[in-house]
Design a protein around this ligand. Structure first.
Ligand SMILES: Nc1ncnc2c1ncn2[C@@H]1O[C@H](COP(=O)(O)OP(=O)(O)OP(=O)(O)O)[C@@H](O)[C@H]1O
Ligand SMILES: [Mg+2]
Length: 365
């Protein structure tokens, strides 16, 4: 799953056309999600918030992709852009988002309704706490099915029970109200709801944050199993990098609306290429081996109202050098791994000047 940032450079870089690599399934199949030059700018009062800054990424059928980064880096915004949920009065979306072969940017309400749930489903942040308390789990899933597919109630109920059984629940859970289920069961019910119409892509936004670690693991195992059984790809959004190291085929690390690194869990845990990924890894206690002091990432996140005129991580980076203050590194691919950092990909002197001009040119717009 290649990914690329175009914030300071406009067009698509080498990573955009890189082949899907590594351990993910269905490497050569057309991606179920592809974004190209995706930008999302919120029309915040005062100055616009550049929440997603030109991202190219692709997710292969059946692939388990983890999207990780600190709070406010644009993870949920990407999820909402993939489902066409950003209203034009709230945000400007540009670039391209293709889900299962359909363009989402600029699609009509009718086109989006045909894609959502059937092709792509979203389990939004805090979804398990957003279930209606006055309807049973079964009624809520049946309603969701019939809102997207014309079918008799009986058939929708059969599909509902089937979806619940796939996540380890039963028809008696269909008759229960949300408060009668544990957090883990509610989360599974939400996953059953999101997968009942067999989408090709499931996006889960922080699905396990409110669960204890054992239940977290059970829910994630269930999702992987379901993905293998039904063949859908998953994009799992989280702050929890160690959790992704255990679960994902591939990890995308985001910082301030950009992708800074992508790689397999093996590559990323063995040798993180980007200083932010490295600090993120060191900020969690190790699962095994000796205890070590946990890293704290100093300073403040990049102000998303600022246009990029330098590496967005430079002010917090332990390895910052002069070029980092003069231009924005682009995501480049090295032997199947992508990273946006001048430590790995130093700009030639001429390119540094060009980068500065590009970023300054944008700034003056
Ligand atoms: N409707 C909005 N208007 C203005 N700014 C917004 C709006 N929604 C989100 N933002 C800003 O866009 C940025 C990205 O938000 P987003 O919710 O995508 O982050 P996130 O990575 O999902 O964070 P978290 O991990 O806390 O859920 C944040 O700075 C946020 O404040
Ligand atoms: Mg979020």
């Amino acid at each position: 799953m290649p990914a690329n940032n175009n914030d300071a450079h406009g067009g698509t870089g080498p990573a955009a056309s890189a082949a899907l690599d590594g351990n993910s399934p269905a490497e050569s199949a057309a991606p179920v999600l592809r974004t190209e030059g995706l930008r999302v700018t919120y029309a915040s009062q005062g100055s616009p918030v550049h929440a997603v800054r030109g991202i190219d990424l692709a997710v292969a059928p059946g692939e388990l992709v983890g999207l990780v980064g600190e709070s406010g880096c644009g993870k949920s915004t990407i999820a909402m852009a993939a489902l066409g949920l950003l209203r034009p009065d709230v945000a400007t979306v540009s670039g391209s988002v293709i889900v299962a072969g359909r363009q989402i940017v600029g699609a009509s309400g009718k086109e989006l309704r045909a894609i959502r749930w059937n092709r792509v489903s979203l389990v939004p942040q805090s979804a398990m706490n957003a279930l209606s308390p006055v309807l049973t789990i079964g009624e809520q899933i049946v309603d969701a099915v019939r809102a997207h597919e014309r079918m008799p109630k009986r058939q929708a109920l059969d599909l509902t029970v089937d979806a619940l059984e796939r996540v380890g629940l039963t028809s008696s859970h269909a008759r229960a109200y949300p408060h009668e289920l544990s957090g883990g069961m509610r989360q599974r019910a939400v996953i059953a709801m999101a997968t009942v119409l067999r989408p090709e892509l499931l996006i889960m936004d922080e699905p396990t944050t409110a669960l204890d670690v054992v239940t977290q693991q059970l829910v994630l195992d269930q999702v992987s199993e379901l993905s293998r059984e039904l063949g859908f790809a998953v994009v799992l959004i989280t702050h929890d990098l160690p959790m992704l190291l255990e679960w994902a085929h591939r990890i995308i690390v985001m910082y301030a609306g950009s992708v800074v690194e992508t790689g397999t869990p093996h590559d990323i845990s063995r040798e993180p290429y980007h200083p932010y990924t490295d600090m993120l890894l060191r900020s969690f206690p190790p699962l095994s081996g000796e205890r070590r002091e946990l890293a704290v990432i100093p300073g403040q996140p990049w102000d998303l109202r600022r246009v990029a005129d330098q590496c967005l991580f430079a002010d917090r980076c332990e390895h910052v050098t002069d070029p980092c203050r003069r231009g924005t590194p682009r995501l480049t691919t090295h032997a199947g791994r992508s990273v946006a950092c001048f430590l790995r990909d130093p700009p030639p002197p001429a390119a540094r000047a060009a980068d500065t001009e590009v970023t300054q040119g944008r700034k003056s717009k």
